[in-house]
Design a protein around this ligand. Structure first.
Ligand SMILES: C[S@@+](CC[C@H](N)C(=O)[O-])C[C@H]1O[C@@H](n2cnc3c(N)ncnc32)[C@H](O)[C@@H]1O
Length: 196
């Protein structure tokens, strides 16, 4: 099925992927292991980065499951389940996943603290959150500019916010960073966190 929005999203992302993003994804996603849940999977770009020899079960989910995601799953020729799910209210029991993955998702989740707490709920106690997010600049002038631009950006970019401090939100939701790195002139964060 023709899915113009998703094709446009992938096209817009290409320069960023060719920059740091693809290598950040490759490094982190190959660590996903056991029972894995990906939230906000979008067009399924992460599927090519998983090391399936470490994965017992992979569920990819999104608030809106697009044809491009189901096509990507079919092309992956692995057993991957696709589930329509809101990260703020996941249809899974507590503590059932070893790894939860969220890449470029918490810029657009309506209540990010609630969503992150929900990820913590479905992770087992020693489970890992793998994250990659774009965040607000730490430079005060750029930060103010991003605040100014954000309302218009959010309208144009389907609910994406450019002024979130998602590192602080991850910690605020009760996660502890095991690894944390900034990339893309400080506008990207990536790493691994665990509960508590
Ligand atoms: C910018 S795209 C990122 C897609 C992909 N994860 C990536 O790395 O390119 C954000 C995705 O988050 C999804 N999303 C937004 N709010 C969500 C929510 N509350 N629960 C689940 N997915 C959500 C959107 O539908 C969209 O597919």
């Amino acid at each position: 099925m023709l899915d113009i929005g998703s094709a446009a999203y992938d096209a817009c992302m290409t320069p960023l992927e060719l920059g740091a993003l693809a290598s950040v994804r490759a490094r982190l996603l190959s660590e996903a292991a056991g029972r894995v849940l990906e939230v906000g999977a979008g067009t399924g770009v992460n599927l090519s980065y998983y090391d399936f020899s470490k994965i017992e079960e992979l569920i990819v989910s999104d608030l809106r499951v697009r044809p491009r995601l189901t096509d990507a799953v079919a092309a992956a020729s692995r057993r991957v389940a696709v589930v329509q799910a809101d990260a703020e209210s996941l249809p899974f029991a507590e503590g059932v996943f070893d790894t939860v993955v969220a890449t470029l998702v918490f810029c657009s989740v309506r209540d990010p603290l609630r969503g992150l707490a929900e990820l913590g709920r479905v992770l087992r106690p020693e489970g890992r959150l793998i994250f990659v997010e774009h965040v607000v600049s730490r430079h005060p002038v750029v930060h103010r500019l991003m605040n100014l631009v954000n309302p218009g950006w959010r309208l144009l970019a389907g609910g994406c916010n450019i002024n979130r401090d998602t590192a602080r939100l991850i910690e605020g939701a009760g996660f502890r960073f095991l690894r944390f790195a900034r990339f893309g002139h400080g506008l990207g964060i990536a790493g691994v966190a665990r509960k508590g």
